[in-house]
Design a protein around this ligand. Structure first.
Ligand code: MF3
Ligand code: CO
Ligand code: CO
Length: 266
């Protein structure tokens, strides 16, 4: 399969799926408190998506080659967990940082977005800085998106910002094309060189979802077959939006009322 260019009508469907995914994060935010388990957050999001929004949680039973079917409806990655954190009976504690990653399917179209949450509002100075820099990385990447720009421009902007603050960029996982499929071409790396890689065209849709580590970039997989952690057990943070390339730049498809704004907006 190659890169799909979406028509204006298809983009309208993606806008709906994207907004719904953002609204799941708005809905769940007040529940992300000390004492809640990640399995409870999963159940609440599942019920909201299915019963309130009338959409399908894309992760549930998702089984890419080489993986067992994903048994939950969202991903919950806590502290040194990088991504694909499998919800379980773990109780969130004051000072934890957690990424909640939501992917909806509405009328066949996907919307994929994630945010970080500070549990109890008392994260360490390091954790707060990591979460803030990772969010800035996301928006610096988004800011590179326009027709004629290269995928390497996105990766380079993210890598430069993360590394200039002493953090590292995870290499094993990347952003991805998205549409009728959850993961399509192209792969959107969060590191690279300006001017290299695929040239962006109007109508392309993909995610940008940098995973930024406080320590080394290397990761490993837990025995649950899904959860990815930093090998050195350092903290990790990730933010994600689904983006469309427009005639003049970009459109963020996964914005919702509660989404933190672009920190560089003037
Ligand atoms: N939402 C993740 C992403 O951003 C993918 C999760 S796959 C799952 O690409 F199976 F773990 F849910
Ligand atoms: Co994604
Ligand atoms: Co995601």
């Amino acid at each position: 399969m190659s890169i799909t260019i979406k028509t204006p009508e298809e983009l309208e469907y993606m806008r709906v799926a994207g907004r719904l995914a953002g609204e799941v994060l708005d809905y769940i935010a007040p529940f992300v408190l000390p004492g809640v388990t990640t399995a409870e957050l999963d159940r609440l999001c599942h019920d909201y998506m299915v019963n309130v929004q009338g959409c399908i949680p894309a992760p549930l039973n998702y089984s890419p080659p080489g993986y067992q079917p994903y048994p939950k409806s969202i991903c919950t990655s806590v502290n040194h967990q990088v991504c694909h954190g499998l919800p379980n009976d773990r109780t969130l504690k004051k000072g934890d940082i957690v990424n909640l990653d939501i992917t909806t399917i509405k009328d066949g179209w996907h919307g994929d977005t994630s945010r970080m949450f500070n549990v109890g509002g008392t994260a360490s100075i390091l954790a707060n800085r990591l979460v803030t820099i990772a969010h800035e990385c996301l928006w610096l990447g988004i800011g590179e998106v326009k027709p004629g720009a290269r995928l390497g421009d996105i990766g380079a902007a993210i890598q430069r910002h993360a590394e200039s603050h002493g953090f590292s960029v995870v290499r094993e996982f990347c952003g991805h094309g998205i549409g009728l499929k959850f993961h399509e071409e192209p792969q959107v790396l969060h590191y690279g060189k300006p001017g290299e890689g695929l040239r962006l065209e109007e109508g392309m849709t993909f995610t940008i979802e940098p995973m930024i580590n406080a320590g080394k970039a290397t990761v490993s997989e837990l025995p649950d077959g899904w959860t990815i952690v930093t090998k050195d057990r350092s903290l990790s943070a990730q933010w994600e939006h689904t983006i469309a390339v427009t005639a003049s730049g970009y459109e963020v498809m996964t914005l919702s009322a509660g989404a933190p704004p672009n920190p560089f907006a003037t």
